[in-house]
Design a protein around this ligand. Structure first.
Ligand SMILES: Cc1cc2nc3c(=O)[nH]c(=O)nc-3n(C[C@H](O)[C@H](O)[C@H](O)COP(=O)(O)OP(=O)(O)OC[C@H]3O[C@@H](n4cnc5c(N)ncnc54)[C@H](O)[C@@H]3O)c2cc1C
Length: 434
């Protein structure tokens, strides 16, 4: 019997240390540098100075890049342990960087570890793992995101080189990255899942042209970090094809599944933080003769939020457990399910916390409005909610048989008969009188 909601004491000690460290040392960084692109740049001298001693401390504790295998300096922790760690890291936009597991670098590191040559690993993977450089994953195109069958960006062979021609859109961190991992179609005659390939593109390769950098709502125009890029006859040596031709989607799965579930794990931390603020506000703000906590509608908000966070957290932990057990089909269903719930919980819990704070909640003196904007964004990033709902439904339906006949209810009478026969003795029925 192993249904247990406790963490082994040895690991709990690590979590407790992380909890205090993130609260006391890392979260203050959010209050000073927020999460602006320039601050995140590994070349930014100020933030580098602030973050370096924290990263050192994490490394000393053996908690750096824990998602990576031991041969790459990580712990190779399973997803369940990572879930418990990530829900602590979710409280701060700086924490993943301090612990060496920020997206998209974490996923890109896994790709390089699996598919890079020794030389590529030395040049890009090692500094990436040390947090010295940043990287970018460049897949979405201006005319197509969730449906890759519409992808047009192509790569073709010219002598012993590959040449990439096409556009990519919303390539996060492109302007800060040392290299980009680019998906391009190498064979238009087969279905896209067999015809797309993955390339390692150093950012300074001739032909990598930025059309512009797109920001999210709230960021200043022209200051965003999501690159709209024209790969204009970008020439690459043969070895920059990662894996084999046509393997892009197999490679993409190395990072996307993990990426989605890690976002969900960190969302647990974010909504808990919003919930803490909601409770503190409810207990301290007085209006119309009582503190907010004594108003029934506020109690409803707090109860709903508590229940929804607990439900979401259990789903995330179960997903992590399913991944660790190695059943890929089952994991696909659960990863898609948490992906669907991630924007929903942010919208609901952070929305309530913001509302309870009134004008202060809407202001830029609290993080709530900014956190709330994450809800619609999380419903799009890594594929829109609708697409993941389809995945859940398809996986669920695999376990069912179609009913014969048009109306399932037509089967009810025979089922009732069978059930009555089963209990015939108790019901004291004669066979024939069923
Ligand atoms: C903050 C952020 C960071 C990102 N970072 C990266 C990155 O680093 N690299 C990268 O390559 N991409 C990145 N993206 C792009 C992201 O992966 C795409 O935005 C996403 O896949 C959706 O594609 P799209 O924007 O083209 O929307 P579309 O595919 O056009 O979808 C738009 C809408 O159409 C509807 N829709 C789509 N499919 C269906 C369906 N099957 N059924 C019903 N309705 C449907 C949904 O409402 C959906 O929201 C990022 C996006 C965001 C917002």
């Amino acid at each position: 019997m192993a249904w247990d909601f406790e963490t082994e004491p040895e690991f709990q000690e690590k979590l407790d240390w992380m909890d205090g460290f993130v609260r006391d040392e890392v979260e203050p960084m959010d209050l000073v540098w927020n999460d602006s692109d320039d601050a995140f740049d590994t070349k930014n001298e100020q933030t580098r100075r602030a973050i370096a001693p924290l990263q050192e401390e994490v490394q000393k504790r053996g908690l750096w890049a824990c998602h990576m295998g031991p041969h790459l300096g990580g712990k190779g922790y399973g997803q369940l342990k990572l879930a418990l760690m990530n829900e602590i890291l979710g409280r701060s936009s700086w924490a993943p960087r301090v612990f060496g597991c920020q997206a998209p670098d974490s996923g890109n590191a896994e790709i390089l570890a699996h598919y890079g040559t020794e030389e590529q690993k030395e040049k890009y993977l090692e500094p990436l793992l040390k947090g010295e450089i940043m990287s970018c994953y460049s897949m979405t195109e201006p005319q197509a995101g969730s449906d890759p069958r519409e992808f047009k960006c192509a790569a073709f062979k010219s002598g012993d080189e590959w040449v990439i021609q096409g556009e990519k859109w919303f390539s996060s961190n492109a302007k800060l990255a040392e290299f980009l991992i680019v998906m391009a179609v190498t064979d238009f005659d087969v279905p896209i899942h067999q015809g797309a390939s993955m390339f390692l593109v150093p950012r300074d390769t001739p032909g990598v042209k930025f059309i512009r950098n797109v920001g999210l709502a709230g960021e200043k125009s022209g200051e965003g970090t999501h690159g709209y890029i024209h790969y204009d006859n970008v020439r690459l040596p043969e070895e920059n094809l990662l894996g084999g031709p046509g393997q892009a989607f197999t490679i993409a799965q190395t990072r996307l599944g993990g990426g989605r579930v890690h976002h969900a794990m960190r969302t647990v931390g974010q909504v808990r933080k919003a919930f803490d603020m909601m409770c503190e506000r409810a207990l301290s703000r007085r209006t119309q003769g009582t503190v907010l906590a004594q108003k029934q509608s506020i109690q409803n908000d707090i109860a709903h939020s508590f229940i929804e966070i607990e439900q979401f957290r259990l789903l995330v932990l179960k997903t992590a457990w399913v991944i660790d057990r190695g059943d890929k089909q089952e994991a696909r269903k659960y990863i898609a399910a948490v992906k669907v719930q991630t924007p929903k919980i942010l919208q609901d819990v952070v929305g309530r916390a913001l509302h309870i704070h009134g004008s202060l909640g809407a202001s830029n003196e609290m993080p709530l409005a900014r956190m709330w904007m994450l809800a619609p964004v999380m419903g799009i990033v890594d594929g829109p909610t609708e697409v993941h709902r389809v995945t859940v439904a398809k996986q669920v339906l695999k376990d069912y048989q179609p009913h014969e006949g048009l109306f399932p209810s037509m089967h009810l009478p025979p089922r009732i008969e069978a059930a009555r026969e089963k209990f015939a003795d108790i019901l004291e029925l004669e066979v024939g009188n069923l």
